[in-house]
Design a binder for this molecule. Structure first.
Ligand code: ADP
Ligand code: MG
Length: 709
């Protein structure tokens, strides 16, 4: 691959050059075939093999013209990562030569041997077949590395028996479910033009960069993505001098190349800046249709790591790589848009648009309150557990920030009082009264809310930085679909001649009165809020094991089955997979904790203590020893002894956890026993780090990791 001249190549030329976008399809496909593809994307037609044959040939020629030799169905198994199995286009001609082939069948359907992906019991290994099927709503793209190019086709992954084995199938189904109900509501409101509603998503991605040479000295970072030990140097993030600070040249160079790589595959990377913690950064793309956004975010994460390596750095996506400074999250900006361009969370400028907005916003309030546990479960991972409830992140309590003016409007509707301050005295009559215009920047005043209305979209902020955004969006869409379904049922069953605006008013009033407890506009990071939330009956679930248990409750199963997003079996298998993943991740962390404690820290600390004792003795021999020296030697020796004991304890509880067969009991053992035992070790190690000389310490410290770039 020739070096990219990102200074000279105009961005508009570069953008999408490696993306088989609708623009490329429009240009290269016969008109009728392109129209078919649009219909499939809109969910009104099924893809036929005849159409696929034409698209495949065009896609192949396009990819080969750009140097591709291989193609892969690119999918998202339940590991939370992406997977690919490469096939070359070659087909031998019998005379020792090959031609480049790619059929419609190969485009629409692949059969990876799926036996080694987590399936939670859905697919016995003897029936290992799984199918990947082209997801037409997300564009194919080219992956390039210095030695070649591969055509990647975003696909959904299902078992031989049709069960979803990935994160994409349920997401697609949830969008369909939401679309169906949202269109019903729109029709009831008198809209005759919109035929489909999709969700739009813009995920803001946070990450850290560390210099490769320090990263390589930290096996904990390499194996788990986070440091299991480490103390902050004299400076942390307290000066708040990193946030939005001038971007260092080395980092700016990395960001430029990152943007270029993302632009090439058609990902609209837009905003970048330094984040709060030292060496922490953020990238935000322009929002897209949710399925494309999910794929794009997976690629963003992967590209951050690839490009960082080219610049002698490592990109960290873990939720909490370092103790004592902020962790990394992902803000999932989410809205609903109709196929004819209406953003349903845009308050609008006339009474009709206002009514629609109020009704859809009320539905979100109700959905978030009723399904708060589900939203909490959607972000329950071992990495995020370090973040949720810690003081820089949203607390583990789900609540909505609405902002003063909007809250006032809803309060007034539910209490039957006069409208917002700006038109005091006037009752809000849905469909008649114009709402006072809402300030667009309300969100900037509250950064502590886990779920904030931000002018024309909602921002779900509890997501962890490393997770796929597919699951939170799947749950959110389904929860909203359920509430909209109930609204549509009501509106459609009105007796003829009844006042529709009155009915809408009534729905909002009843719904909001019942669910306004979820609205909280104050500072979500305070202890008072935790108490207040408890008084309001809002759940505050601090650990992932408890959080995940909602997945197998009967209400949850009913919700997802009603909307045909998950079957009971799929939910049960996912529950099991998530618990297993939780346990496995902590198991690896505990393993590396033990390894480092015993084989690096303990020997270093013992040697150091012995050295101090020798020095003290030598000094004593000449009558020069001070009490402080003896004390230091003693303290190091004591801590080293405690470390040894703590390691023994961790080993015991770890073996117990490993021997547990029930996944739920096992995950709980990792949470309740293994994690605290790791903490016991960390306390000792961190105390030792402060006592040993820098030369004697066997690991690069936080100073190197966080400040040297
Ligand atoms: P902030 O940091 O203030 O939250 P950013 O500009 O960093 O704002 O991120 C806002 C994100 O929200 C962007 O990814 C943007 O594209 C996205 N966004 C804007 N409008 C919508 C919408 N209608 N639907 C979904 N996402 C949206
Ligand atoms: Mg944000």
């Amino acid at each position: 691959m020739s070096a990219i001249d990102f200074i000279k190549t105009p961005v508009a030329e570069l953008f999408g050059s490696n993306c088989f976008s609708n623009a490329v399809m429009k240009e290269r496909l016969p008109k009728n075939i392109y129209k078919e593809i649009l219909a499939v994307q809109a969910g009104v037609k099924e893809l036929t093999l005849a159409v696929a044959e034409v698209v495949a040939a065009v896609m192949r020629d396009w990819a080969i013209s750009k140097g591709a030799s291989h193609y892969t169905h690119w999918f998202q198994p339940l590991t939370g990562l992406t997977a690919e199995k490469h096939d070359s286009f070659i087909s031998p001609t019998g005379d020792g030569k090959v031609i480049m082939e790619f059929s419609g069948k190969e485009l629409v359907k692949g059969e990876p041997d799926a036996s080694s992906f987590p399936s939670g019991g859905l697919r016995a290994t003897f029936e290992a077949r799984g199918y990947t099927a082209w997801d037409v709503t997300s564009p194919a793209f080219l992956k390039q590395d210095p030695t070649g190019t591969t055509l990647c086709i975003p696909t959904a992954f299902i078992s031989y028996y049709g069960q979803a084995l990935d994160k994409k199938v349920p997401l697609l189904k949830s969008v369909d479910a939401l679309s169906k109900q949202a269109v019903r509501v729109l029709r009831a409101l008198g809209n005759e033009t919109s035929t489909r509603v999709v969700t739009t998503v813009g995920p803001e991605q946070e990450y850290f960069l560390v210099d490769k040479k320090y990263y390589d000295g930290r096996p904990d970072l390499m194996l788990t993505g986070r440091t299991v030990f480490g103390v902050l140097p004299a400076k942390g993030q307290e000066l708040e001098d990193h946030y939005f600070g001038a971007i260092k040249e080395r980092v700016a160079g990395f960001m430029r190349e990152l943007n270029t790589e993302l632009w090439k595959v058609g990902i609209p990377a837009k905003t970048q800046h330094n984040e709060v913690a030292p060496n922490q950064f953020e990238l935000a793309p322009v929002f897209q249709n949710s399925t494309a956004a999910v794929d794009a975010n997976q690629l963003v994460m992967e590209t951050i790591r690839t490009v960082a390596r080219r610049h002698g750095m490592e990109g960290l996506l873990h939720e909490k790589p370092f103790a004592g400074v902020n962790g990394s999250g992902k803000h999932n900006n989410w809205s609903m848009a109709t196929d004819d361009g209406i953003n349903l969370f845009d308050p609008g400028e006339n009474p009709q648009a206002n009514a629609r907005f109020l009704l859809f916003a009320a539905a979100v309030v109700e959905a978030v309150d009723r399904y708060a546990l589900l939203l909490r479960a959607s972000v329950a991972t071992s990495g995020n557990e370090h973040r949720l409830g810690a003081n820089e992140a949203p607390p583990a309590i789900v609540s909505i920030f609405f902002g003063g003016p909007l809250t006032e409007i809803f309060d007034n509707i539910s209490e039957g009082k006069s409208g917002g301050k700006s038109d005091a005295g006037e009752l809000i009559k849905i469909g008649v009264t114009s709402l006072p215009s809402l300030p667009k920047d309300v969100s900037d005043r509250n950064r502590t809310s886990p779920f904030a209305f931000t002018g024309n979209k909602f921002e779900f902020r509890m997501l962890g930085s490393s997770q796929s955004i597919a699951t939170p969006n799947t749950y959110l869409n389904t929860a909203a679909a359920q509430v909209l379904k109930e609204y549509a049922d009501k509106l459609e069953s009105l007796p003829p001649g009844s006042d529709k605006n009155e009915a809408i008013h009534d729905i909002i009033k009843k719904s909001y009165s019942k669910h306004s407890r979820i609205i909280f506009n104050g500072n979500g990071y305070t202890g008072e809020w935790v108490m207040e939330a408890e008084r309001r009956g809002l759940p505050n679930i601090k650990n992932s094991v408890d959080a995940l248990s909602v997945l197998i409750r009967s209400e949850t199963i009913a919700l997802f089955e009603d909307h045909q997003v998950f079957t009971k079996e799929e939910l049960e298998s996912r529950y099991q997979i998530y618990l297993e993943k939780y346990s496995k991740q902590i198991n690896i962390e505990a393993g590396i904790t033990l390894e480092l404690a015993r084989r690096s820290i303990f020997p270093a600390a013992s040697n150091f203590a012995a050295g101090l004792a020798r020095d003290a003795a030598a000094l004593a021999a000449v009558g020069a020893v001070s009490a402080a020296q003896e004390k230091r030697a003693k303290r190091v020796a004591e801590l080293t002894g405690e470390l040894f004991d703590a390691a023994g304890k961790l080993e015991t509880v770890l073996f117990e956890a490993q021997d547990t067969t029930d996944v739920q009991v096992q995950a709980r053992a990792y949470y309740e026993k293994v994690k605290p035992a790791m903490e016991e070790i960390r306390t000792r190690v961190d105390a030792l780090e402060k006592l040993l000389s820098k030369e004697a310490w066997p690991l690069p410290g936080y100073e190197e990791l966080l400040f040297k770039l």
